[in-house]
Ligand binder design. Structure first.
Ligand code: NAD
Length: 370
C-alpha cells in the first residue's frame, strides 16, 4: 500500500505525516511525500528520506501512485480532479462547509473519511483529530496570551518589589479550554473558567481553577457530550455574571462551540470595555463567528485599550507537534478500520466509526445534511 502525502494549500503549515511516524510503522505502508510538504512544519525532505519515505517533486506523480492520501485539509479542485477512482482520502474536512468539494470527490469515485465526524468515544480517541488539535490550540492560545500580554503571568516577589499574578478566565471548558486552563495555571496565573455543561465544573476544579457558577437551573448538555444552544433567559443570567467577573481579568480565552451552529456570542462590547487596561481576549471560536461580538476572524481588533485576537490558524504556530499528533490519528484510523488486499481497500460499513466518518463513497456524498 502506498500512502501519499501532499503539500497542503497555502495558509496551512501542518503536514499529514511525519518522519517519526513513518519510522514507527515500517510494515504499515510505503510513503510517497511531495517535496517540501513538511517544510513549514519543520520536517525537511531529507528527514523524510532518512525515515524510509520517498520524496517526489511532481505532485501529480504522488497523486497518481497513492492508494490512500493522508491530508490535513481538503485538497484543491485541480488535485481532486487528478485523484484516481477508488483512492481513499483521510483528513479533517469540515464536510458541512465543503459540500461542493465533496461532490467533486464523489464524482471522481474517491472514498473520503472526515475524522472530525468521529464520535467522542473511548474507541475513537486515538483517531480523534478534534481532541489532538483542540488540545494544542488551547495550549497555544495560553502561550500566545503569555507572550503578548506585556505583563508577567506568575506572582513574583523580587528585591525590586512584588508583582501580582495575572488573572485568566477561560470560557468553554472542553478539550481546548481545559488545556488553556492547565497551561495558564502552570505559568502561575489565577484561573477561573466557565461552561454550560454540568460535567465541566469537576474538570475545571480538578485543574485547580475556580468554576464560575451562573445561577440558573438550565442544563447545557446536548447530544454526544456537546453543548446545546442556551435559552435567552439563561444567556441574560450568564451576561450578568460575566459582567461582574470579567472586569477583574487580564486575559480571557474563549473556546465555546455548539456543533453545526455559529459559536455563541458570550462577550459583549460592554464587557470588553469593563476589562482592565491592556487586557487581551483570545477567541478560538473565530472561524465559526467568534464568542465575542467584536471578534474579526484572523485579525486583532483594538477596542478602547483592549485587544480581541481571533487567530486564523493558531496550529501553524505549533505545526511540528500538531502534525505529529494529527498523523498519529490518521495512522490509527487506517490501521483500525481499513483493510488493503489485492490493490483494493475494504472496510466494515456497519462499523460506527466508518458510518460516522465516511463522507463520499461509490459516487455518493453521505452525511452532509445532518
Ligand atoms: P466543543 O469544541 O464543541 O465546545 C467547547 C466547549 O464550549 C464545550 O465544553 C462546550 O460545553 C462549551 N460551550 C458551548 N456553549 C457554551 C456557552 N454558551 N458558554 C460556555 N461554554 C459553552 O467541545 P469539545 O472540546 O470538542 O468537547 C465536546 C465534548 O466531548 C466534551 O464533553 C468533551 O469532554 C467530550 N470529549 C470526549 C472524548 C472521549 O470520551 N473520547 C474526547 C474528546 C472530547
Amino acid at each position: 500500500m502506498v500512502v501519499g502525502v501532499l503539500k497542503e494549500q497555502s495558509g496551512e503549515s501542518r503536514v499529514a505525516i511525519t518522519p517519526e511516524l513513518i519510522r514507527k510503522n515500517p510494515s504499515f505502508a510505503s510513503f510517497l511525500i511531495e517535496a517540501g510538504a513538511g517544510e513549514l512544519a519543520g520536517y525537511s525532505d531529507d528527514d523524510f528520506s532518512d525515515s524510509g519515505a520517498s520524496t517526489e517533486k511532481k505532485r501529480k506523480h504522488v497523486i497518481e501512485n497513492a492508494n490512500i492520501i493522508f491530508s490535513i485539509r481538503l485538497p484543491d479542485d485541480t488535485t481532486i480532479r487528478a485523484i484516481k477512482p477508488s483512492t481513499v482520502l483521510v483528513g479533517q474536512f469540515n464536510p458541512l462547509k465543503n459540500i461542493e468539494h465533496l461532490k467533486s470527490l464523489a464524482r471522481v469515485g474517491v472514498s473520503t473519511f472526515s475524522l472530525d465526524l468521529l464520535p467522542r468515544t473511548t474507541r475513537a480517541q486515538p483517531m480523534d483529530v478534534l481532541s489532538s488539535q483542540g488540545n494544542l490550540a488551547g495550549y497555544q492560545a495560553a502561550v500566545y496570551a503569555i507572550s503578548s500580554l506585556g505583563r508577567a503571568f506568575p506572582m513574583m516577589m523580587t528585591a525590586a518589589g512584588s508583582v501580582p499574578p495575572a488573572r485568566v478566565l477561560v470560557i468553554g471548558a472542553g478539550v481546548a479550554g481545559l488545556q488553556a486552563i492547565a497551561t495558564a495555571r502552570r505559568m502561575g496565573a489565577i484561573v477561573s473558567a466557565f461552561d454550560v455543561r454540568a460535567a465541566a465544573k469537576e474538570s475545571v476544579e480538578s485543574l485547580g481553577a475556580t468554576f464560575v457558577d451562573v445561577q440558573h437551573n438550565e442544563a447545557g448538555d446536548g447530544a454526544g457530550g456537546y453543548a446545546k444552544e442556551m435559552s435567552v433567559d439563561y444567556r441574560r443570567a450568564q451576561e450578568a455574571k460575566l459582567l461582574e467577573v470579567i472586569s477583574r481579568q487580564d486575559v480571557v480565552i474563549t473556546t465555546a462551540q455548539i456543533p453545526n451552529k455559529p459559536a455563541p456570542k458570550i462577550i459583549t462590547a460592554e464587557m470588553v470595555s469593563k476589562m482592565k487596561r491592556g487586557a487581551l481576549i483570545v477567541d478560538l471560536a473565530g472561524e465559526s463567528g467568534g464568542n465575542c461580538e467584536l471578534t474579526k476572524f484572523g485579525e486583532c481588533v483594538s477596542y478602547d485599550d483592549k485587544r480581541v485576537v481571533a487567530p486564523a490558524n493558531i496550529l501553524n504556530d505549533i505545526a511540528y507537534t500538531a502534525s505529529l499528533l494529527f498523523a498519529s490519528n490518521l495512522i490509527s484510523f487506517a490501521k483500525t478500520l481499513l483493510r488493503f488486499e489485492n490493490g483494493m481497500f475494504s472496510f466494515d460499513i456497519e462499523d460506527q466509526l466508518v458510518q460516522n466518518t465516511l463522507v463520499t463513497h461509490a459516487g455518493t456524498v453521505h452525511r452532509v445534511s445532518d
